[in-house]
Design a protein around this ligand. Structure first.
Ligand code: ZN
Length: 173
C-alpha cells in the first residue's frame, strides 16, 4: 500500500472502528471487572480498568474489500477468537474465562496506545501485507508474550516490554 493509498483509506478504517465500538458500548465491561487473577501481575490497574471487553458470536472485521483493500481479504475473513480496536477487545463468547486470550488482546491494547491509532493501523497493515498475519511484527510480539504468560508463573511489566520492543522495531525499519 502506498502512503497516498494509506492516507486515503485510514479515515474509513478509523471511522468503521469508532462506529463498531460505539455500537457495542452498551455490552462492554472493563477487563478489571472480570476477576482474572494473573492479569494484575502483568498489567497496571489503570490498563485493566480502562480496557474493555465485548463478547460476540463473531469478531467484527473491517470491510477492507469494500473499501478497496482486497489484498487483506484473508485477514477480513479470518474470524479469529479475538480482535482489539483501540481500548476495546472483541472476544468470541466461548473465550470467556480464557485468561491467555485476554492477555494477548491486552498486548494489542498497549500497542494501540504506544503507537497511537494511526501508527498502529499503519504498522499492522504493513506487517499483514509484507509477511502475513502470523509473522507480522505486532502479532509475533503478542504471541511471544502470550507464550511467556502461559509458561511462566512469574509476573512481568508487559507495557514496559511492549514499549521497548516497539522502540527497537522502529529503530530497525
Ligand atoms: Zn493478536
Amino acid at each position: 500500500m502506498t502512503t497516498e493509498e494509506f492516507e486515503a483509506k485510514y479515515p474509513l478504517i478509523l471511522g468503521w472502528i469508532q462506529n463498531t465500538i460505539a455500537e457495542h458500548a452498551p455490552q462492554a465491561r472493563s477487563v478489571a471487572s472480570l476477576g482474572f487473577k494473573r492479569l494484575p501481575q502483568h498489567f497496571h490497574r489503570d490498563v485493566l480498568e480502562t480496557a474493555s471487553v465485548v463478547y460476540v458470536s463473531d469478531v467484527p472485521a473491517p470491510p477492507l474489500g469494500a473499501i478497496g483493500l482486497g489484498q487483506f481479504s484473508d485477514f477480513e475473513n479470518m474470524n479469529g477468537a479475538g480482535i482489539t480496536y483501540l481500548d476495546t477487545i472483541f472476544s468470541r463468547q466461548e473465550m470467556r474465562g480464557d485468561e491467555s486470550l485476554h492477555f494477548h488482546e491486552l498486548v494489542h491494547v498497549i500497542q494501540w496506545r504506544v503507537l497511537g491509532p494511526k501508527g498502529f493501523v499503519a504498522a499492522y497493515a504493513d506487517g499483514l501485507e509484507r509477511i502475513g498475519y502470523r509473522q507480522s511484527p505486532l502479532e509475533v510480539m503478542a504471541y511471544t508474550l502470550e507464550s511467556v504468560f502461559r509458561n511462566s508463573a512469574a509476573g512481568f511489566d508487559v507495557a514496559a516490554v511492549v514499549r521497548q520492543q516497539l522502540a527497537s522495531l522502529a529503530g530497525t525499519s
